[in-house]
Design a protein around this ligand. Structure first.
Ligand SMILES: NC(=O)c1ccc[n+]([C@@H]2O[C@H](COP(=O)([O-])OP(=O)(O)OC[C@H]3O[C@@H](n4cnc5c(N)ncnc54)[C@H](OP(=O)(O)O)[C@@H]3O)[C@@H](O)[C@H]2O)c1
Length: 237
C-alpha cells in the first residue's frame, strides 16, 4: 500500500486517479476547493471508507495548503506519491482571454494555480516525501505547455502556465537529485472532462489514467526531469 496525495480529486482526471489508485489498494489523500459538491467522490468514499481521506484544499492559498498538510500529518508521516493534478483552463474557468481582451488578474490566477501552486505543494510535502518509499512527484502538465509543439495563437495563460510547470519540474529534478525523489511532468492526453466540455476530446478518463498509472509505476531515478505523455512517450519541450 502506498500513501498518495491527489490534488483536484473532485472530478475529471483527479477523481479517476483516486478511483484507480484505491482499486489498486493504495491510501488516498485528496482535496479540492469544493469536495462536498462532489457526489461521485462521496460514492467512492462509501466504497473505500478509511482508505480515502477527503479534505478541503485550495492549492493556491497558503493557509489552505497548511491546513491540508496538518490533516494529512494526523494520519501519516510519509507520502509516496504526490500528484499535482488540480488545474484551471482560465482564471474564472470560462473566459477565453483572447488577445485584445486580456485580463491581468485572470491570467495571473492561471499561473498561480497551474504553475506556482504545484511548486508550493511540493515544498510543503517535501519532509513527508523524503520519508516515502520510492517517492514520486507527478506534475500534471499538458502538451499545450510544449513550446516546440505550439503552432497556433491564443490560450496565453494556460499554455504558458504549463510551460512554466515544465520548467519547474526540470529544476526540481536537479534540486531533489540526491533525495531519491523522482519528479516528472506528465501529459494525460486529450480527455473528456469538465475542462474540455466544449471540445471534442477523444479519450475517456479511465483510459488516460490507467496509462498514466502504468507510467508512474515504471519510473526510475533516471526518468526524473522528463516530460512524458500518458503512454510513456517523451514529449519535446
Ligand atoms: N482534460 C484534458 O484533456 C487535459 C489535457 C491536458 C492536461 N490536463 C490537466 O489535467 C488536470 C486535471 O484536469 P481535468 O481535465 O480533470 O479538469 P477538471 O475536470 O476541470 O478538474 C479540475 C480539478 O481541479 C480542481 N481545482 C481547480 N482549482 C483548484 C484549486 N485552486 N485548488 C484545488 N483544486 C482545484 C477542481 O476541483 P474543485 O472545483 O472542486 O476545486 C477539479 O477537481 C489539470 O491540471 C489540466 O490542466 C487536462
Amino acid at each position: 500500500m502506498r500513501d498518495v496525495i491527489i490534488t483536484g480529486g473532485s472530478r475529471g482526471l483527479g477523481l479517476e486517479f483516486t478511483k484507480q489508485f484505491l482499486k489498486n489498494g493504495h491510501r488516498i489523500f485528496t482535496g479540492s476547493r469544493f469536495p462536498k459538491n462532489s457526489k461521485e467522490l462521496d460514492h467512492v468514499k462509501n466504497e473505500y471508507g478509511e482508505n480515502l481521506k477527503i479534505y478541503q484544499l485550495d492549492v493556491s492559498r497558503e493557509e489552505s495548503r497548511h491546513e491540508f498538510y496538518l490533516r494529512v500529518l494526523e494520519k501519516t508521516n510519509k507520502i509516496d506519491i504526490l500528484i499535482n493534478n488540480a488545474g484551471i483552463i482560465s482564471g474564472d474557468e470560462k473566459s477565453i482571454l483572447l488577445f485584445g481582451e486580456l485580463n491581468q488578474e485572470l491570467l495571473s490566477k492561471i499561473l498561480l494555480v497551474n504553475s506556482i501552486s504545484p511548486l508550493m505543494m511540493t515544498e510543503k510535502f517535501f519532509p513527508l516525501l523524503k520519508r516515502g518509499k520510492e517517492p514520486v512527484i507527478v506534475n500534471i502538465t499538458s502538451s499545450n505547455g510544449s513550446i516546440a509543439l505550439r503552432k497556433q495563437k491564443g490560450k496565453y495563460g494556460y499554455c504558458s502556465s504549463k510551460a512554466a510547470l515544465n520548467m519547474i519540474t526540470k529544476i526540481l529534478s536537479y534540486e531533489l537529485k540526491d533525495t531519491g525523489i523522482v519528479v516528472i511532468a506528465l501529459h494525460p492526453g486529450w480527455v473528456k472532462t469538465s475542462m474540455t466540455a466544449n471540445e471534442d476530446a477523444p479519450m475517456l478518463p479511465n483510459e488516460s489514467i490507467s496509462g498514466m498509472i502504468k507510467v508512474i509505476k515504471s519510473l526510475k531515478m533516471e526518468d526524473s526531469g522528463k516530460f512524458l505523455d500518458w503512454e510513456g512517450k517523451e514529449l519535446p519541450w
